[in-house]
Design a protein around this ligand. Structure first.
Ligand SMILES: [Zn+2]
Length: 302
């Protein structure tokens, strides 16, 4: 967490050197956790992007549909990002051909408008906390891998429009038709006073059987207390839900005022809380990978 959210990574904006360093750190941790690499270059899945100049003077980063399109661009407009993807093969010969996808985005918004003297938007809670969760869940499950194969994907460019996830949906590392569930970790580093410390809420809780099954198993998971904020639609899970995979985001974001500000720093992370939520998330992933595949409720799919 302290490396991912360090000032030296300059807020991990997609396309920046800080984002590249973060990606390499995550790949190294995935390898140490014993995951198998399933990107197109080891743990890295390269994502072609285009830098477009705008009248505001700040270039925008856009998604592309193919490498052929990338190759046709002038070199100055080409940017390559990477998703970081590793798998833990399932222990059950019958079920290891089915996949549970666990995601978190590792980019943040970079350097921005200074607040007092600080212009680095560290993104400790958003979403270094979720990335730490990915790594720790991989470590926690490694000693006794669950029955289905678990795919761990740290996604690039969420803040610029789900860029990494959109590429993954078109170029999946494992078949989407065999991906039975997806759990996204987003902002789990600080407790939400609406539900209390050590607990997290699930976006779109009422849409599938996933959340009720977590609750029935005694996990500290609640329905999203603020559906009006549309968090279900605001992170990487939505791209998978739209193609039919039961996909939710687990979070404990209590609308703290450091959201997308230079004050989203490591010093403001509550590590006791983060550790508890990661333990909950690890149990949730094990349940998804060992138990019945979640199903959509009538009318639940967006
Ligand atoms: Zn986020």
């Amino acid at each position: 967490m302290s490396v991912l959210a360090a000032d030296s990574l300059e807020g991990r904006r997609a396309g920046s050197e800080g984002s590249r360093i973060a990606g390499r750190l995550i790949a190294e941790q995935f390898e140490l956790a014993g995951l198998e690499a399933v990107g197109d270059s080891g743990f890295f899945q390269r994502v072609p992007l285009r830098l477009v100049n705008t009248s505001s003077g700040r270039p925008r980063t856009r998604s592309l549909s193919s490498w052929a399109e990338f190759d046709s661009l002038p070199p100055a407009e080409r940017v390559v990002e990477t998703n970081v993807i590793g798998v833990m093969p399932g222990s059950d010969p019958e079920l290891r051909g089915e996949y549970v996808l666990v995601t978190a985005h590792f980019d943040h918004v970079g350097i921005g408008r200074p607040v007092e003297t600080d212009s680095i938007y560290n993104g400790a809670d958003d979403d270094a906390s979720g990335v730490v969760g990915l790594i720790e869940i991989a470590r926690a499950l490694a000693s006794a891998p669950p029955r289905r194969t678990v795919v761990f994907a740290a996604m690039a460019g969420e803040e610029l429009g789900l860029l990494g996830t959109r590429w993954y949906v078109d170029h999946p590392a494992v078949p989407l038709a065999a991906t039975v569930a997806s759990l996204n970790l987003e902002m789990i580093g600080r407790p939400d006073t609406a539900i209390g410390p050590g607990r997290a809420w699930l976006t779109g809780y009422e849409r599938t059987s996933m959340g009720p099954e977590f609750t029935a198993a005694g996990l500290a998971v609640d329905p999203d207390p603020r559906p009006g904020q549309s968090f279900y639609e605001r992170s990487d899970n939505i791209a998978f839900a739209r193609i039919g995979i039961p996909a939710h985001t687990l979070s404990s974001f209590g609308l703290h005022s450091d959201y997308h500000s230079p004050d989203d720093e490591v010093e403001r992370i509550d590590f006791d809380h983060l550790e508890s939520v990661i333990a909950v998330a690890a149990e949730a992933v094990r349940l998804l990978a060992d138990g019945p595949a979640p199903e959509w409720k009538p009318g639940g799919q967006p």
